[in-house]
Ligand binder design. Structure first.
Ligand code: CA
Length: 742
């Protein structure tokens, strides 16, 4: 692999730039003494004015070196023309020690430019892009490279604001050995744009990059990589994406959204990433030698095929749990004479020499409905090896497979009758099934070979782990004081007694608040409309407390926990264990947790808790009423809990619209009881647009059942062993279906 250290360090600057480099330092730009690192040929640039002067008359072979330190609000533009043999370089004094913060961005225009060693952190771009291979629509970059550069958590604080972290325009550009991690706001992490002829047939190379975790976004717009858009999807792009590592890139159903022609996806690793490499628009893609390793994580998938002449060969798919749009392999049904932005028929697909190991599902003819009626044609499924989950069917066939020839495949699970002719069935663990096994030399790329060596890759630690225990004594405002002094991951341990909080607590870090003694629950009350307002990295684990709403103000719409869209781009987590909530009823619609529009929870879980006399909802997750496919919480998990005398639905979820870009919301309610919930009018649970629902072993008493409104997709339902007002397996779930043609 190429390594930046192997490049010769050239300290060449034009004379004008060298003069300017002596300009005084801005106050916010600190740097260690560079130790006279400039040689006879040039100097390091130490501030924005000096950079701009240096960048004015660059000649082939020139190099600008940014001094170590934090560069605030740097609207960095490199617009120059180098040559193949003498590119113009923009580098860091020390790779990783040049930090671009605040409202910084980088734009490249011209030819043979080579940028490396920068870190974007602690801020977000004021423009549409952080790194752009164009200055503006008339000035693009060609034959240029960005490498050894980091963008970490450089997300707009308003998660609804759309931007790109990297936008490739022009032709023959290279983006390699970069580290992009933690994008949380709307828009793909990296996009190849084809919006003018000068950016088509582009031959870009995207390789050896580390794409770090991208959390679930909760609507369309959470792609990690997008190549093209539907208006240009019949245009050839010719981009090569190889040797990249996608680490938990779970923003939405498309990890990669391929929307143009002739792209190659080769030797990439997808680890625990929800969704699929989706060949959404455009034709003639080649997908080979990749490793799709779900590692058993939820909603992990492989490749989703749509459009003509797609080839998927010699890939390794393992431990992928996804079904439907996120199955290990998905061959979609198309639409005859499809509009450019819908689903072109699969025609001429070649799916061969792949290994599917422990894959939950291969979907054939997926998405067949009143609109998607065109089955795949002129296609072949050849010499693939399939081992599924023991005892479970792997294949699901949803439309005619007459247009696909199945031949020379082996499988441990019987294939459905209409395709069985193309499979030899082998026993699980047999020699035949074990013949092909993962060889890292052949499939994917190792994590260590990607990104940069000097910046740590993400770990999987729990946000609540790793902190100290801090003892908190009863009293007024003692909790707020302790929280103000706490660090991420800390646990506040409350001694038995009474706690009254007169102020709102803004929580931007993950914290645990728990009882010191489980048998003597601390009694907590609060005097504002909310006690906790989550922002930033705010996450809360509550355990063993008894909370009363009696001292809250006499106004409508109070909630114990709330969020704020203005400052809350990050995903939140709330866990409640052994909690007791009582008398949230001073006025109407007093909730326990209410999500503000534009905020998002990865998970809300409630276990072994008790809720009594609440005038609102327990979880109010219904502010996203625009029908754009946006919602407020990815997973709601309730078990072993009791709800009594709750006026509104215990859980109210709204996920509107027909967009198919998300796996959630998921709601699981188990072994819980609902007594006098809904005031005789509202259902115990109002679940609008939920995609995965489990209701098991619950009971109602003097309450209506749950209500599910189906808006899009094919929700996965599991409703078992519930007791409805004393009747075992009585009517527990009412379904309203708003889908077209259903
Ligand atoms: Ca998408």
């Amino acid at each position: 692999m190429r390594n930046w250290l192997s490049f010769p360090i050239l300290l060449l600057l034009s004379a004008g730039a060298a003069c300017q480099a002596t300009a005084p330092l801005p106050a916010d730009l600190s740097h260690p003494d560079s130790g006279g690192s400039a040689d006879a040929h040039g100097q390091i640039v130490r501030n924005i004015e000096a950079y701009e002067a240096a960048a004015e008359n660059l000649k082939p072979g020139d190099q600008i070196i940014l001094a170590n330190g934090v560069w605030q609000n740097f609207d960095l533009v490199l617009d120059a023309v180098g040559t193949k043999d003498a590119p113009i370089r923009l580098t860091a004094e020390t790779p990783g020690k040049v930090i671009l913060s605040g409202q910084s961005s980088l734009r490249l225009a011209g030819e043979y430019l080579d940028v490396s060693g920068l870190v974007f952190r602690n801020g977000y771009t004021p423009r549409g892009e952080v790194i752009s291979f164009r200055r503006d629509s008339d000035h693009l970059a060609r034959n240029s490279r960005v490498s050894q550069t980091v963008i970490e958590d450089y997300s707009n604080p308003d998660r609804r604001q759309v931007d790109l972290w990297v936008a490739l325009y022009g032709q023959n550009n290279v983006f390699e050995h970069n580290h992009l991690s933690g994008k949380r706001n709307a828009g793909p992490t990296l996009a190849v744009r084809l919006d003018s002829e000068a950016s088509q047939q582009n031959g870009h190379l995207i390789r050896y990059n580390y794409f770090g975790p991208r959390p679930v976004f909760g609507s369309n717009g959470g792609e990690t990589l997008r190549i093209g858009t539907s208006p240009y999807s019949l245009t050839r792009s010719g981009t090569v994406v190889e040797h990249n590592y996608f680490d938990r890139c779970s923003g939405e159903v498309e990890i990669i959204s391929n929307k143009s022609g002739g792209n190659i996806f080769r030797s990439n690793t997808f680890f625990e990433s929800q969704g699929t490499l989706t060949l959404r628009h455009g034709s003639d893609a080649l997908v080979e030698n990749n490793l799709f390793d779900g590692n058993g994580a939820a909603f992990t998938g492989g490749v989703r095929i749509i459009n003509p002449r797609q080839t998927v060969r010699n890939n390794y798919f393992r431990q992928l749990t996804g079904t439907r749009f996120s199955a290990g392999l998905v061959v979609m049904n198309g639409i005859y004479d499809s509009p450019i932005n819908r689903y072109h028929q699969v025609d001429g697909a070649v799916i061969e020499d792949n290994i599917f190991e422990g894959v939950a599902r291969i979907e054939l003819g997926e998405g067949a409905d009143a609109e998607r009626t065109a089955p795949p044609i002129n296609s072949v499924f050849r010499n693939n090896t399939v081992t599924g989950k023991p005892g479970e069917p792997v294949f699901r066939v949803q439309s005619s497979m007459d247009g696909v020839e199945f031949t020379e495949n082996t499988s441990t699970a019987p294939a459905p009758a209409e395709i069985a002719y193309g499979f030899s069935i082998v026993a699980e663990g047999s020699v035949e099934a074990d013949e092909k096994r993962m060889d890292p030399q052949v499939y994917g790329v190792s994590r260590e070979k990607t990104g940069v060596s000097w910046y740590p890759k993400a770990d999987a630690a729990s946000p609540f782990a790793g902190g100290r225990d801090i003892a908190v004594a009863p009293g007024t405002g003692t909790l707020a004081v302790a929280i103000a002094a706490a660090a991420p991951g800390d646990t506040l341990v409350l001694a038995p007694g009474n706690y009254t909080e007169p102020t709102l607590i803004e929580l931007a870090i993950p914290l645990t608040v728990r009882a010191a003694d489980k048998t003597q629950p601390p009694a907590l009350t609060f005097e504002r409309a909310n006690l906790f307002a989550l922002s930033g990295n705010g996450a809360l684990r509550l355990q063993g407390l008894s909370v009363s709403g009696l001292k809250a103000p006499d106004s409508t719409g109070n909630s114990f926990i709330t969020t704020s869209a203005r400052i809350s781009s990050r995903n939140h987590i709330v866990e409640m264990l052994d909690m007791r909530f009582e008398d949230f009823a001073v006025n109407r619609s007093f909730s326990v947790l209410k999500a503000d529009k534009g905020t998002f929870f990865d998970r809300i879980s409630i276990a072994s808790s008790n809720f009594r006399n609440v005038s609102g909802a327990i979880l109010k997750l219904d502010a996203e009423t625009d029908n754009f496919g946006i919602y407020s919480a990815d997973v709601v998990d309730i078990s072993d809990s009791e709800f009594e005398q709750v006026t509104e639905p215990v859980v109210s979820v709204y996920r509107g619209g027909t967009d198919e870009s998300t796996f959630g919301p998921t709601v699981r309610i188990r072994t819980s009881s609902f007594k006098a919930v809904g005031a005789g009018k509202a259902p115990i649970l109002l679940l609008h647009g939920v995609q995965n629902l489990e209701l098991s072993a619950n009971s109602t008493d003097s309450a209506l059942g749950a209500e599910l409104v189906i808006t899009t997709g094919t929700p996965v339902l599991s409703v078992t062993d519930n007791v409805a007002n004393g009747i075992p397996n009585g009517e527990f779930l009412q379904i309203t279906d708003l889908r077209k043609g259903q």
